[in-house]
Ligand binder design. Structure first.
Ligand code: TYM
Length: 336
């Protein structure tokens, strides 16, 4: 048994909602890091469409974005033959496990989730039960595949901690059932901020287009958005408390170039913000260009994307159904 556990390749899992056009926050905080797990880990990357309907979606847009997020996974280098790429709603066990885990999640825990508080303030006319229980579905996504590692941006850390608590609680009551997952949050890029209000997270649902740079924005649009980015009244490119706009732009520049903050400060010593903003736009557009080119090719071949979805769902279901069977047995459900 011990040998079996040590020999097991570790599992990584993550997901992205097709609820808006993806931003460089999604890219730098999560998507661009997914590929680094594929050698060492057995990887599952899922398009979490069930999560998206906690906020009203236009059905045709949700459908289109589901293809797009899958295409972006592949365009960012994820090989469907080397990892499992799938759509959450194609694997019914996500919803099933979510219900069972909701009976092991406390009302108080869900009430403390900052994303719930933020989203219910933003969508005051639609504070539905799904918005509240959303983190339980996320825990189900992770625990279904016995994930060891979950690559995410900073904003998902609280949800991941809840998934760990739910796993530990269930394991404590019924003996070890779930692997307790670890978050993998990048050192740089885990919290990309809005270009218009740099104290706020860059969010794909932001109504102000100038606040967000989208992965699929054209080169001209990217450069224009960075030129408009809010900074401060200083002129010197350096990291400092209170210089939220510049700190954010330095982070983005560092992610796309691999340069350290010291190197960036030296590079722009004596040059103004105008030069720096133009340079950030250039490296971002250069970095995204190959992803955009591959994305366009993939989107022209829907049949291929559907084949990936189908194979991914089959592979994911095999693992997911084993976990659900185990959970049902432990809970005392009659199996036929
Ligand atoms: P979502 O779709 O909002 O975001 C997808 C990923 O992008 C990261 N991210 C950011 N990183 C840095 N800076 C930003 N401004 C930024 N904005 C978003 C997020 O942290 C995330 O990693 N609940 C999740 C989706 C999910 C999931 C899962 C993730 C559902 N089930 C299971 C991991 C494992 C979400 O809404 O992500």
């Amino acid at each position: 048994m011990t040998e079996e556990i040590t020999a097991r390749k570790k599992t990584a899992l993550s997901g992205i909602q097709p609820s808006g056009n993806l931003t460089i926050g999604n890219y730098l905080g999560a998507l661009s890091n997914f590929g680094s797990f594929t050698e060492e880990f057995n990887c599952y990357y899922c398009v979490v469409d069930l999560h998206s309907i906690t906020v009203r979606q236009v059905p045709a847009e949700l459908r289109r974005r589901t293809y797009e997020v899958l295409a972006l996974y592949i365009a960012c280098g994820l090989d469907p033959d080397k990892c499992t790429l799938f759509v959450q709603s194609h694997v019914h066990e996500h919803a099933e496990l979510s219900w069972m885990l909701s009976c092991f999640t406390m009302f108080g825990e869900l009430s403390r989730m900052t994303q719930f508080k933020d989203k219910s303030a933003k969508h005051a006319d639609n504070i539905n039960a799904g918005l509240f229980t959303y983190p339980v579905l996320m825990a189900a996504d992770i625990l279904l595949y016995q994930a060891d590692a979950v690559p995410i941006g900073q904003d998902q850390k609280q949800h991941l901690e809840l998934a760990r608590d739910i796993a530990e609680r269930f394991n404590g009551v019924f003996s070890p059932t779930f692997t307790v997952p670890e978050p993998y949050i990048p050192k740089v890029g885990a919290n990309i901020m809005s270009l218009a209000e740099p104290t706020k997270k860059m969010s794909k649902s932001d109504a102000n287009e100038n606040a967000v740079v989208r992965i699929l924005d054209t080169r001209d649009v990217i450069i224009k958005k960075f030129k408009r980015a809010v900074t401060d009244s200083d002129t010197c490119v350096r990291r400092a408390e209170g210089k939220d706009g510049i700190n954010n732009l330095m982070t983005i520049y560092s992610c796309f170039t691999g340069k350290s903050f010291d190197e960036i400060e030296r590079e722009f010593d004596g040059r103004g913000y105008g030069d720096f903003k133009a340079a950030v736009g250039e490296v971002c557009a250069d970095g995204l260009a190959p992803v955009q080119a591959r994305f366009s090719e993939l989107m022209a071949d829907k049949a291929y994307l559907e084949e990936v979805m189908k194979n991914g769902a089959e592979k994911a279901s095999r693992t997911a159904s084993k976990t659900v069977a185990k959970v049902k047995r432990k809970l005392g459900f009659v199996t036929l």
